[in-house]
Design a binder for this molecule. Structure first.
Ligand code: FMN
Length: 190
């Protein structure tokens, strides 16, 4: 059976793209050490948690991206969940093919315990060892075992939806989110 779109789109691929354009996601910078010493990063939204035991997450990456081969070579990566004030980092790290060296002033100074670069003003950083890669025709699924979690100062996440960067702009929602956050922090929710 040929897959067909339902609605105004010419193809199911166009409808698929439109559907995911509407999918709001937190923006992350996947950080790593290139060439043994250069802190670098790539912007990504296709990241999600995988399991608590083992503590793991996954990232989907275009196999043509320069970062793809560099992360495989590094064998490690970090997930920096961005805060709403880090749009410049998201734009900087989404320029295909460019050298995306992370400027020193963006990095958490004096943090010797993480083995992937930590963006200082992020919501959180998860330091991962690349344990498996599933190869699909155009993308890879990278499985990272999480070795360290750094929680940044309380801040709203940077979102991406309908091809633009966004932030929560409803005060009520923000306050509710912070209340839930407090309850999670105190163990009332998990
Ligand atoms: C908001 C946003 C989210 C993105 N998410 C992903 C993603 O999840 N996976 C991916 O492979 N590329 C993603 N990209 C594209 C990469 O960031 C972009 O292609 C990157 O600059 C590749 O650079 P490189 O070829 O130098 O590694 C995203 C771009 C933007 C702007």
């Amino acid at each position: 059976m040929t897959a067909a779109p339902v609605g105004p789109h010419d193809s199911i691929q166009a409808a698929f793209k439109e559907a995911f354009t509407r999918f709001a996601a937190t923006v992350s910078v996947i950080s790593y050490t290139a060439l043994g010493s250069v802190p670098a990063g790539m912007t990504a939204t296709s990241m999600c948690s995988l399991s608590l035991d083992p503590l793991s997450l996954l990232v989907c990456m275009n196999r043509l991206a320069k970062s793809h081969s560099e992360i495989l070579a590094a064998g490690r990566f970090g997930v920096n969940m961005l805060s709403s004030g880090q749009r410049d980092a998201a734009e900087y790290c989404s320029r295909p093919g460019a050298i995306k060296r992370l400027p020193d002033e963006w990095l958490l100074a004096g943090d010797g315990t993480a083995r992937s670069p930590v963006l200082a003003h992020g919501v959180a950083h998860l330091d991962c060892r690349l344990v498996r890669t599933y190869t699909e025709p155009t993308h890879s699924i990278l499985i990272g075992e999480v070795e360290r979690v750094w929680i940044g100062p309380k801040a709203e996440p940077l979102l991406y939806c309908n091809r633009v960067y966004r932030r929560f702009d409803d005060e009520g929602d923000t306050e509710a989110m912070l209340r839930v956050w407090d309850r999670v922090a105190f163990g009332a929710l998990s």
